[in-house]
Design a protein around this ligand. Structure first.
Ligand code: URA
Length: 245
């Protein structure tokens, strides 16, 4: 047994451009069926496990949707932008929902893992300063990384404007002196770039490769989306026990 919910609310919640008034019209036109029975009224209560069809096509009920996007360069994470393409515009039709938004932002020139969801509660939990969900970044630098970086990141850095950062984990690539990985437990504005600026270096390429314990799927081409299934959603929001400094 699922949850009991009004038919109009259920259908409108699953289809991006459909209002409850539209669902009423669908019923009047005999387009909506519940468990094979055409519904004349949209204000009836149904079970979320019921088989609901529109013009014979199944509407699979999902309370929330979670999407992994491999954000390309030049695309912005805000929901509206006059000039640039937004991440929402890249979401394919079958994954669109009302209230979908990016849970955490990447800069326009940063690529990689962006989570989009209509689950306000998860998003709030992940973005809360108390949550410390680790975010992993692959970084290419202008100048070679130095041996002391690991310790400087680990002890917590103070960046421009006097902002104190939580300890972060730095790993220089053994094969390439310009490449490294950084794991942050918070998300200050332009944080990765500002931290390397503080060290007298410069980020020339930045890609988010994981959120929590969930890595970006390597098969996802830039701009592509993948729906994340329930067990993987849990891997996103592992709360790190690191104390706040
Ligand atoms: N840090 C940055 O500087 N930019 C991003 O997009 C993400 C983290």
């Amino acid at each position: 047994m699922g949850e009991k919910i009004r038919l109009d609310r259920l259908v409108a919640s699953q289809l991006p451009d459909v209002s409850r008034a539209d669902v009423k019209k669908m019923c009047l036109k005999k387009r909506l069926a519940v468990n094979g029975k055409l519904m004349a009224r949209s204000d009836v209560r149904v079970d979320t496990d019921d088989e609901i069809t529109l013009d014979g096509k199944r509407i699979e009920y999902k309370k929330h949707i979670y999407i992994m996007m491999n954000k390309p360069q030049g695309v912005v994470c805000s929901t509206k932008d006059g000039e640039s393409t937004t991440v929402l515009e890249l979401v394919p039709e079958n994954m669109r929902r009302k209230g979908l938004f990016p849970a955490g932002r990447l800069d326009k020139d940063t690529v990689g893992f962006v989570l989009l969801t209509d689950d306000g509660e998860l998003s709030h939990r992940m973005l809360s300063p108390k949550s410390h969900v680790p975010k992993t970044y692959h970084v290419r630098l202008e100048r070679p990384w130095e041996e002391n970086y690991k310790q400087l990141f680990a002890q917590g850095m103070t960046i421009d404007g006097g902002e104190k950062c939580l300890p972060a984990e730095f790993e220089g690539s053994p094969e390439n002196e310009l490449e490294c990985t950084l794991v942050l437990h918070e998300g200050k504005y332009h944080q990765v770039k500002r931290m390397f600026t503080k060290l007298g270096n410069k980020v020339v390429f930045l890609k988010r490769t994981a959120i929590g314990e969930l890595p970006l799927d390597e098969k996802l081409a830039p701009g592509e989306c993948l729906e994340i299934m329930h067990k993987d959603v849990e891997r996103l929001s592992t709360i790190c026990e690191m104390p706040c400094k």
